[in-house]
Write a protein that binds this ligand. Sequence first.
Ligand code: IPD
Ligand code: CA
Length: 254
Amino acid sequence: MEEWNEIALGMAKEIERHVMPLFGTAKAGQTVGRNVSGDVTKFVDKVAEDIILGYLSPLNVNIVSEEVGNIDRGSEYTAIIDPIDGSYNFAAGIPVFAFSFAVFKQKKPLYAMIYEFVAKNVYEGIPGEGAYMNGHLIRVRKPVRGKEALSFYTRGRGYGLIRKVKRVRVLGAVAVELAYLAKGALDGVLDIRNYVRPTDIAAGVIIAREAGAIVADGEGNELKLDFDATKKTNIIAVNERYLLDLILEELRRK
Ligand code: IPD
Ligand code: CA
């Protein structure tokens, strides 16, 4: 069970082959059911997840995936996957979406991959070793005070933050945004809607941490990933401590 990078890339490429012809089509966005969190399953989600299940079932590992939920096979390995993160973008023809894969032995992260289908970038996180984009080491950048660029998902809470930073970019695929934090294209990624699931963020959390990011929950404590496809959480991921403090101060403001 050592070749997780090959397994992950194999799945990503197979999904790419099957789903890219559907990019931006009405067919991609057709509702085919509801997932375990109660959100709609789009046609493209189903196509991509069936490929994952076909790959992982023979390996007999536990699976936590967005549409099917939790499959416990009693293995010591658990794969937490979002076959397509950003499926609204995909169906709408917005080229920001990715494959997101993380694998754990018991609760210990072993390997993570995010694959951006359109930009064709492969991000990897190898715990204790580092984070990579297309085989090259990546690190978070050092932010410049007052010039930060954040991805910020809110329903209004903490909105004062948008006056404290220079740029806000909400791209609609949190896995991709965490990879951008890791490579130094964003200074922070926050979703404080109590909305993201482990499947959306597991790989991104591993990759961002390996690149030097601080990844916290909505209270500023170290974020712990639940191995449960239905558990929603807040996330605050940043490249420097002062930025976490600034964000928490804004969130506490009435
Ligand atoms: C969504 C994206 C989005 C985040 C949502 C997710 P999906 O993933 O990651 O950025 O705000 O919480 O559900 O549903 O398109 O795979
Ligand atoms: Ca998805």
